[in-house]
Design a protein around this ligand. Structure first.
Ligand code: B12
Ligand code: SF4
Length: 542
């Protein structure tokens, strides 16, 4: 079977897992990646939409002749996904399946789209493979666990399938296709596990735990050996200089982390970054992480007001605990990135200012500040509705994914101007010299949100010294590759499907040259090698 994936904006590891799962089982895959240069994490600039070169992507899609189209959608991506689904359906006609967090939260809504045929309501590796196999054999595919299927006017809502408890079973996520689109170069992203034990009300974790209840372990870690094998494979292929560990919450299992650090230090030792929760940050842990070259821990502060944290966010912890965790990280010599959210339902100006003061007192290396977005099915979304902050029109906006990048508040919030100003000024404030701060406070008092946005963008290299600059470089690289994108030649004839099954352990076999063997001279590392896949046999996009 030929399966075409669609994603937008950045590399997505979840979709990467699905691609490699299908390839591993002998199916052909391709990716159309929309760089989303007009609307992304940094800015909203509709006049740049032409840079995305959608027409060339569609031509690539048509030339691939997919039997199935698989799209990943977070809430912020649904507006783009649904438009692309319409175009793909019109030009190709193949069945379309949508997965990802928006599909998990609102499967019925997604299926209302006339162009979508199926929705994946949970993790996709097993369900998508089952679907592809059944389609290939011409069998009924309306009964696959985890999938909701629209067929002949009826929707088949199947039960959630079991979670795979042993994550080592999955092939390592696809990298080459993302690399070809310029999605990464210096920064290697990886997951070492899935799930989180906490229940913050603005996050999807608490309802995910509900939908997966009784289906297996929600919190799962890969084995250290398996993670190291993925590093070895990717470090032999890509000349990266930094690692982002994207687990929901990396610091929850201290024993695992310590073991990881030991192995990482010996085998990889590149600077890295991860997410940590304040209560899980302990002296011994940060010491081990520092020894393993951890460069930055990203820790949610979320609000500087203990009541907002406790009653609205379900992050019950005193201020002192947050300060202590921050001190531990900084004293260990690790960079500290904090994040906070402004414009929560019921939040007063004084509570918002407390957040600014807390971030200032912590003096992090960098700070990400968000405008609250009520993601569907989250508790804080429902509280916003009950408290009158999100009316029917606002709820419809959420379903449609409007403003999912948090560029503005979609709540009927009496202090939204302040929230929007603070969200842009806090990252600057956190890094600003004392002498500039009265001026920034003057801007805040006047709610000068446009000037705040301007400062935020031009100062990214100073406020986000590594990841911000990396984000800009990646965006420019994606734009460059999109500009030079050529339409591929149509495939000569439908290839005969090869059941090229490798042994289950093959994908875990270490590459012959380990990272240590390549020595410290990174220049000797080969640039990414084209993989013998259907995609590499066609013209490169670069
Ligand atoms: C890591 C992470 C990131 C990383 C991404 C790393 C990466 N390269 O993949 C970074 C930091 C870059 C990031 C950015 C953003 N993120 Co984020 N992120 C997460 C986080 C912590 C983990 C995601 C995860 O667990 N992945 C594990 C993989 C295996 O799971 P998965 O991606 O869901 O994929 C599986 C299934 O969903 C399914 N699936 C997914 N796609 C498809 C497609 C098909 C066809 C099928 C069949 C199945 C399927 O199968 C996959 C494999 O099992 C989650 C929080 C959380 N706890 O979930 C938030 C989360 C996903 N992020 C979120 C948001 C909002 C964002 C941002 C918009 C944030 C912002 N404004 O700054 C950006 C947007 C990025 C974008 N593309 O537009 C929200 C999404 C909410 C929603 N309803 O959409 C989440 C849920 C956090 C939250 N607020 O609750 N994020
Ligand atoms: S700690 Fe992070 S991943 Fe876990 S529930 Fe809270 S926001 Fe979500």
């Amino acid at each position: 079977m030929r399966v075409l994936f669609y994603y937008r904006g950045i590399e997505n590891l979840g979709v990467g897992y699905l691609m490699s799962m299908l390839r591993h089982h002998g199916h052909e895959i391709d990716l159309i990646f929309d760089p989303g240069l007009d609307d992304n994490l940094f800015l909203k600039a509709p006049h740049l939409a032409w840079l995305n070169r959608h027409e060339a992507l569609l031509e690539r899609a048509v030339a691939f002749r997919p039997d199935l189209i698989a799209m990943g959608s977070l809430t912020n991506l649904w507006p783009f996904c649904s438009t692309m689904a319409a175009k793909l359906k019109q030009r190709i006609g193949a069945p379309i399946i949508v997965g990802g967090h928006h599909a998990q939260a609102l499967p019925d809504y997604i299926l209302e789209s006339p162009h979508v045929d199926m929705v994946c309501t949970g993790e996709g590796e097993v369900a998508l493979l089952a679907l592809v196999r059944r389609m290939e054999r011409g069998e009924d595919y309306t009964t696959i666990p985890t999938l909701w299927v629209k067929k002949d006017g009826a929707v088949h809502r199947n039960e959630m399938g079991a979670l795979e408890n042993d994550l080592d079973q999955f092939p390592f996520p696809e990298k080459q296709l993302w690399w070809e689109y310029g999605c990464f170069k210096d920064n290697l992203e990886i997951f070492t596990g899935r799930g989180c034990p906490f229940k913050c009300t603005f996050c999807n974790i608490h309802y995910q735990r509900e939908i997966f209840r009784g289906k297996g372990d929600f919190l799962r870690k890969r084995s250290i050996g398996n993670v190291m094998a993925e590093f070895r494979q990717n470090l032999a292929r890509y000349d990266v200089s930094f690692v982002s560990v994207h687990d929901d919450n990396f610091t929850t299992d201290p024993h695992w982390v310590e073991e990881f650090c030991e192995a990482y230090r010996k085998e990889v030792n590149l600077p890295w970054y991860c997410f940590g929760y304040p209560t899980t940050i302990k002296p011994r842990l940060v010491k081990a992480m520092k020894a393993a070259n951890c460069a930055t821990i990203f820790m949610g502060v979320d609000s500087g007001d203990p009541d907002v944290r406790r009653y609205y966010m379900e992050r019950p912890m005193p201020d002192e605990l947050i300060f202590r965790a921050a001190r531990l990280v900084k004293d260990a010599g690790i960079g500290l990135q904090v994040s906070c959210i402004y414009g929560n339902p019921g939040e007063t100006p004084e509570q918002m200012m407390k957040t600014l003061r807390m971030v200032d007192a912590i003096r992090p290396t960098q700070c990400s500040a968000y405008i609250f977005y009520p993601f569907p099915k989250t508790k804080l979304h429902d509280m916003a509705v009950q408290m009158g902050y999100l009316d029917a029109e606002g709820q419809e906006k959420v379903r449609r994914g409007v403003s999912g990048y948090h560029h503005e508040s979609i709540l009927k919030h009496p202090h939204k101007e302040l929230a929007e100003t603070l969200a842009k000024i806090t990252p600057v404030y956190a890094r600003a010299p004392e002498v500039v701060k009265p001026w920034l406070r003057w801007m805040i008092a006047r709610r000068m949100k446009r000037l705040a946005l301007f400062l935020y963008i031009v100062l990214i290299p100073l406020t986000f010294p590594f990841l911000g600059v990396e984000g800009i470089k990646v965006t420019l690289r994606m734009a460059w590759r999109a500009l030079w994108r050529r339409a591929p030649q149509p495939l000569p004839a439908p290839p005969v499907p090869k059941p090229a099954r490798r042994r289950a352990a093959d994908h875990r076999r270490p590459t012959p040259r380990s990272h240590c063997q390549r020595g410290r001279t990174r220049r000797t590392v080969p640039s990414p090698r084209p993989r013998p896949s259907v995609t590499s046999s066609r013209p490169s996009m670069a």
